[in-house]
Design a protein around this ligand. Structure first.
Ligand SMILES: [Zn+2]
Length: 381
């Protein structure tokens, strides 16, 4: 009888619709071998002669699960790229995106958009609803490139954020990559922001790293009361991992709490415990373990378990953080379903979780929490 119920739990986790609350679109063109290999890691360099990035947790999980989705059986990692080459890219994307079982995709449009299909086309290929998340640093850089004067910049950014707020479901900041989190998070005055903009040379306007301008953008977005996503922890070589410990965000989170503005900590590896603690201690802080789900493959269950130590279950979200390869959109979903099921099955067997509670939490993390947080509607946005 218990086994029958465990089967129901596994079937539920395998089929329930997901909201992928942090993701990017898929590629316009089929990737080269080198692009494919780099896309399954956070690196920008090849491993070297005779070495393949398919020989990793991400590569093994991808070949097993995407191979099964495409052919009905797992594919050896060394054969996967040959298999993939036999598919037209749009058709491969359709099979993998639809196979992910995602009802809503919350797409960050701020990175590499010229190489990715547009949101309407992504919706068509995936069969899901599409919602946009606007990236603050990209918005500020567009404004700075337009030649806005230092004096006019604060008002211009406020107006820009306000008008985008009507069309997006949230904002995202990559402060982690640019200023790091170990900065003064107080709201700067307009005079301070103007002085910081005046001090930027053309490189500083093109790639914003100034902490005063970045925290001004973050505070401006918080005041829309839309969820503010913050990249936390693991990323490519641009990121100073030491400076992305979310414990540096205490001041910002306290100010967001005073405004009643929600903050979402993305990825969080290797700081899942710190992020879970912040979710537990603040009124409106959320987290996910996206990205490590894909990168860690069979080991990713440990990241989810670390998050679930302290994070209240209504604050945990699902994301794939896929960019480009449709394999990653599929893999994030397929791995999350397996990882979640493996964890809660253990806790049910230990007698501390009931099956109905396990199903209830699965639904919360899969879609319920994100639907509530981002106020998603059936019509999409
Ligand atoms: Zn991302």
């Amino acid at each position: 009888m218990v086994n029958a119920s465990m089967d129901e739990l596994a079937a539920e986790s395998a089929s329930l619709p997901l909201v992928d609350h942090h993701v990017h679109s898929c590629l316009v063109e089929a990737p080269s071998l080198a692009q494919f290999e780099l896309s399954i890691s956070e690196s920008e360099v090849a491993l070297g002669p005779g070495q393949s990035r398919m020989d990793s947790q991400a590569g093994f999980a991808l070949a097993a699960l995407c191979g099964t989705q495409l052919t009905g059986v797992p594919v050896p990692p060394q054969d996967y790229l040959r298999l993939r080459a036999g598919w037209a890219e749009p058709e491969l994307q359709r099979v993998l995106l639809r196979g992910a079982g995602v009802s809503d995709w919350l797409i960050d449009t701020g990175h590499g958009a010229d190489r990715l299909v547009g949101l309407t086309e992504f919706g068509r290929r995936s069969g899901g609803r599409v919602h946009e998340v606007a990236r603050l640093e990209a918005m500020a850089e567009v404004l700075l490139a337009s030649g806005v004067s230092p004096h006019d910049f604060p008002d211009a950014l406020r107006q820009d954020v306000q008008s985008r707020a009507a069309a997006v479901v949230g904002f995202k900041s990559i402060a982690a990559y640019r200023s790091g989190f170990a900065i003064d998070w107080a709201l700067p005055s307009d005079a301070e922001v103007s002085a910081a903009v005046a001090a930027l040379d053309s490189a500083g306007r093109a790639r914003l790293i100034d902490p005063v301008v970045i925290r001004f953008a973050v505070h401006t977005a918080l005041r829309t009361l839309l969820p503010l996503q913050l990249h936390v922890g693991i990323g490519d070589r641009d990121v100073d991992m030491l400076a992305t410990n979310p414990l540096h965000l205490r001041r910002l989170l306290a100010e967001a709490e005073a405004l009643c503005a929600p903050v979402v900590l993305l990825h969080c590896s290797p700081y899942e415990r710190e992020a879970g603690y912040l979710c537990q201690n603040h009124a409106r802080v959320y987290m996910d373990v996206g990205l490590s789900t894909n990168l860690m493959g069979a080991s990713g269950v440990s990241a989810l378990e670390r998050a679930m130590e302290l994070c209240p279950f209504p604050r945990l979200l699902y994301s794939s953080d896929a960019w480009g390869l449709a394999e990653l959109h599929f893999l994030g979903a397929a791995l999350w379903r397996r990882q979640f099921t493996a964890l809660v099955t253990r806790w049910v067997h230990e007698g501390l979780w009931s099956i109905p509670d396990a199903v209830r939490v699965a639904r919360m993390v899969a879609s319920g929490n994100a639907t509530r947080l981002y106020r998603l509607t059936a019509e999409g946005s």
